[in-house]
Design a protein around this ligand. Structure first.
Ligand SMILES: [Ca+2]
Ligand SMILES: [Ca+2]
Length: 232
């Protein structure tokens, strides 16, 4: 039996931007552009936290995840880890209070890498005159990610908190408690881990700083990446 016809397509779907030659790893080039400054993607939650532990080791910090199970260690040690969901949203807001996005209440393609609806579309706060995926980063070859720093930073100096790729958070996904909490670390157990921020082909609604998404931690997709946090 020959190679399944969908093998190439699946490979495309799961592309991480990293190529293994059998002896070494390199960052791939897409359409003549090196992806070295684009977000890494197609990584499971476990892959992301394994990276965090490796990075902690490089920096002489404590690992934040159990080396056998890769579950978070609580209280969270002072090492490299994924942001808690609360930390992520705090960081995304960039010091603004009650705004829909990291910069304000409306969104255009000058702010972020996302899918803009046609005017008169679903969301009145999506005011981009351009439509569909971002015209600069839509090169016809998935994924349409953009290099870090392609859009203005938010008030905390952070890039791409809205759009580009979904970002794994540390927490299990679950309902918020009714009472207020200080520095919550999420439910103690669950099925899915939190994703935040939307990606290059999500609508404005999903790029809002309050929008919560989730997926099984063993899943990977070329829309999902991660960003790390470190207590100083
Ligand atoms: Ca539009
Ligand atoms: Ca993002």
């Amino acid at each position: 039996m020959g190679q399944a016809p969908w093998t190439t397509e699946i490979d495309e779907w799961y592309r991480s931007q990293i190529i293994y030659s059998g002896s070494s790893f390199t960052v791939r080039t897409k359409g003549g552009r090196s992806m070295v400054n684009d977000p890494m993607l197609s990584v499971t939650w476990y892959g992301a936290v394994a990276y965090c532990n490796w990075r902690s080791q490089q920096l002489g910090k404590q690992p934040c995840y159990d080396s056998a199970t890769l579950e978070p260690i609580y209280p969270l040690p002072n090492g490299v880890r994924l942001a808690t969901e609360a930390e992520w949203e705090y960081a995304a807001r960039g010091g603004l209070n009650g705004k829909r996005f990291p910069w304000g209440d409306t969104i255009t393609h000058s702010h972020a890498n996302y899918y803009s609806y046609w005017s008169g579309g679903h969301y009145s706060y999506d005011v981009s005159p351009t439509n569909g995926c971002h015209p600069t980063w839509n090169d016809g070859v998935y994924p349409y990610t953009s290099p870090a720093g392609s859009f203005p930073a938010n008030g905390y100096g952070l890039y791409d908190m809205a759009g580009n790729v979904w970002e794994w958070c540390n927490d299990w996904y679950g309902s918020y408690s009714s009472g207020s909490q200080t520095n919550p670390t999420g439910p103690t157990d669950g099925w899915s881990r939190v994703l935040r921020g939307g990606y290059w082909s999500t609508l404005a609604y999903y790029c809002r700083v309050a929008y919560r998404y989730y997926i099984r931690p063993g899943n990977r997709d070329y829309t999902i990446g991660f960003r790390v946090a470190l207590d100083l």
